[in-house]
Design a protein around this ligand. Structure first.
Ligand code: ADP
Ligand code: MG
Length: 270
């Protein structure tokens, strides 16, 4: 059974792409067949997981441009790190054409279901599909919402806003046509030294726990990812952190996060 997880937050720079890179690598290490899907025209995920490439023959732009004629299989490439294939890890890259193509898709019927229909054709080929969303709530994000079974929402101290989160949750509930959307917020870039921000965020996230109310499928994860320079350095050198610095403390954080997410997947499937 495939679980599709959308890593989503309309704010930029909160760690969506970094989360997809490192969760994908960890899930693959655990033997899960993983497809990481880049939905941001900036293509950062594509560059990192391909081991540094900037150009690709086929991308997600082609999937949106000619949904009937482009086969998703033709867009899938194997993940790479250090010029070696990463076992179990596959990627659908994005490129800058995506923004244009998405604008043109606005007139298509079933335009929010384009991605879902492509993913349906994968038919159990992957255990986990991770969608790296762009920093907005545009049609690309709506497609990700339609296609996903679960949502992971990274929040960070610097730009956190409960209003933004409320907008996102409203959009999720509307697209999924239910108030029981399984979404999980977690803290990224937790800075030990910044007590004020930490306390503020913990308080706000407690508010989110209360908002969840009767939605027992959702909540705030216990795992959080600390702020660590090696995380950014790894991405700049086009590697998941566990390849760049296996001994980094944040490598442990991603392991914990991955385990917690796998538990949530199991609960969902029950
Ligand atoms: N826990 C972290 N510690 C240090 N740097 C981080 C952390 N998470 C993300 N970053 C850095 O912050 C920047 C934005 O992260 P990114 O994943 O691209 O965010 P988004 O995809 O939400 O726009 C990147 O340069 C990334 O390397
Ligand atoms: Mg991103």
């Amino acid at each position: 059974m495939t679980t599709t997880i959308s890593v989503i937050n309309q704010k930029g720079g909160v760690g969506k792409t970094t989360t997809v890179i490192n969760l994908a690598a960890r899930f693959a290490e655990l033997g899960k067949r993983v497809l990481a899907f880049d939905l941001d025209p900036q293509g950062n995920l594509s560059t990192v997981l391909s081991g540094g490439r900037y150009e690709f023959n086929m991308t997600v732009a082609d999937l949106f441009d000619k949904p009937k004629r482009v086969d998703i299989q033709a867009t899938i490439i194997q993940g790479e790190a250090n010029k070696e294939p990463i076992p179990n890890l596959y990627l659908v890259p994005a490129d800058i054409r995506l923004s244009k193509v998405i604008e043109q898709s606005l007139t298509q019927i079933h335009r929010e279901r384009i991605l879902m229909r492509h993913l349906d054709k994968l038919d159990g080929q992957f255990d986990i599909i991770l969608l790296d969303c762009p920093p907005n709530l545009s049609l690309t994000s709506t497609n990700a919402m339609m296609a996903a079974d679960m949502f992971l929402i990274p929040v960070d101290g610097g730009s956190f806003s409960l209003n933004g989160l409320a907008d996102l949750l409203d959009a999720l509930e509307e697209v999924k046509e239910t108030e029981n959307v399984p979404y999980f917020a977690f803290r990224n870039e937790r800075a030990k030294q910044n007590k004020l921000i930490n306390e503020f965020l913990d308080e706000q996230l407690k508010g989110l726990r209360d908002r969840v109310g009767t939605n027992d499928k959702s909540g705030v994860l216990n795992s959080c990812i600390r702020r660590e320079e090696s995380i950014g350095q790894a991405s700049v050198t086009s590697m998941p952190l566990r390849y760049y610095r296996p001994s980094a403390l944040a490598t442990m954080d991603y392991k914990e996060l991955a385990t917690e997410v796998l538990n949530k997947i199991n609960e969902l499937q029950r």
